[in-house]
Write a protein that binds this ligand. Structure first.
Ligand code: NAD
Length: 350
């Protein structure tokens, strides 16, 4: 059990990592004086929510299983209605389910106990992305930071192979961008490098043997490291590109991160070679080519054309990506971004 300080004035986050912590939801609730949990899941994970209701017995208030990508406000409102009479949230799932818990907490201040089942890392950040009228906004508030995180490797052991790989690369992308963040510091550098190393070593093992709980624990620890660094320093080109492609072309979250990472890293390596060098070393010396080879070795999707983006969309994607200026180690130039997108669309090794 760890207690991690977050932001000044914010209570400590309690984190437990290890096989079997799933069974501790009730004792964590009791320790906080909580007795009526609203359990959140996606429709696909409703059975896992049902199992938690059974496990919690009288401490269960209800289950709400309509969590969805991008945290639509209508679903948050329906969940808040279902939360009437509950005194806490138990979210079991990936970034979408955890996002719903955060959106409820923002409006109700209900404490959150979260059980991550992907590597996306949302549980470790005070950041919420939510969608109203088709527009996604991202906000930062200590109110949305979950109070208790239970990382149980058995929960990621059920992740299908493709989501295991793309979600792991999604987590690594937080750490790669943290290395060249404008507000990077020696601690964030160490978190980022340890996170990248945990996935470089652990992902091939969990792909070869999905039920390897030691390797699942190593990768979940990587997810904690990468999520923590995502919440600590600013992100740049890679996250903005994924946000644009996800929001405007409805591309799937983890796959988009997985495909773009080698290309955004190669783009920024021209300006941040020194910052990226320790990560490049982990992948044979070249960050872009090395990450591409790593992804290919795990059978990750490598080309945007394979996840539903049309080549005729690339011009508009490039226009959108350069529309709102933001800080990046290398200047954001339209022609260079258009070339990056072409490579990512084709799946060319950068
Ligand atoms: P997700 O939560 O959308 O899950 C994808 C699908 O996989 C769902 O159907 C889900 O039910 C299923 N699934 C999840 N875990 C499973 C398991 N162990 N076994 C079987 N099926 C499982 O995917 P995600 O990539 O974790 O989350 C993406 C969302 O999270 C995006 O909206 C993204 O913006 C957000 N996010 C937010 C933050 C933040 O800090 N706010 C960080 C990372 C991601």
């Amino acid at each position: 059990t760890f207690h991690v300080g977050f932001e000044p004035g914010h209570p400590l986050v309690r984190v437990r990592l290890g096989a079997g912590v799933l069974a501790e939801i009730g004792s964590e609730m009791a320790a906080l004086g909580l007795s009526r949990a609203l359990v959140l899941t996606t429709p696909e994970q409703a059975a896992q929510g049902e199992a938690i209701l059974a496990q919690l017995g009288p401490r269960a208030h209800a289950r709400f299983s309509r969590a969805a990508m991008h945290t639509p406000i209508e679903i948050t409102e329906a969940a808040i209605a279902a939360a009437h009479g509950a005194d806490c949230i138990v979210a079991i799932g990936g970034g979408s389910t955890i996002g719903l818990g955060k959106a409820i907490a923002l409006r109700t201040d209900l404490p959150q106990i979260v059980l991550p089942t992907t590597y996306a890392g949302s549980e470790a950040t005070p950041i919420l992305g939510q969608t109203a009228n088709g527009i996604k906004e991202t906000l930062r508030s200590p109110k949305v930071q979950p109070e208790v995180i239970l990382y149980d490797p058995e929960l990621v052991a059920t992740l299908p192979a493709n989501l295991t790989v793309t979600s792991g690369l999604n987590a690594m992308a937080h750490a790669v961008e943290a290395l060249y963040a404008r507000d990077a510091n020696p601690l964030s550098d160490q978190l980022a490098l340890s996170g990248i190393r945990a996935f470089r070593d652990g992902l091939p093992q969990v792909v070869a043997d999905p039920g390897n709980l030691d390797a699942r624990e190593q990768t979940l620890f990587g997810s904690w490291l990468c999520g923590t660094v995502l919440g600590s320093v600013g992100m740049a080109l890679h996250h903005k590109l994924c946000h644009t492609l996800g929001g405007s072309f409805d591309l799937p979250h983890a796959e988009t991160h997985a495909i773009l990472l080698p290309h955004s890293a190669a783009y920024n390596a021209e300006a941040a070679e020194r910052e990226l060098a320790p990560a490049a070393e982990l992948f044979g010396g070249s960050i872009g080519g090395g990450l591409h080879d790593f992804a290919a070795s795990l059978n990750a999707p490598l080309a945007l054309r394979d996840i539903g983006l049309a080549e005729s969309d690339l011009d508009r994607a490039a226009d959108l990506a350069v529309k709102n200026p933001y800080w990046n180690p290398r200047p954001i130039e339209r022609d260079a971004i258009r070339a990056l997108l072409q490579s990512a669309w084709q799946g060319t090794r950068p």
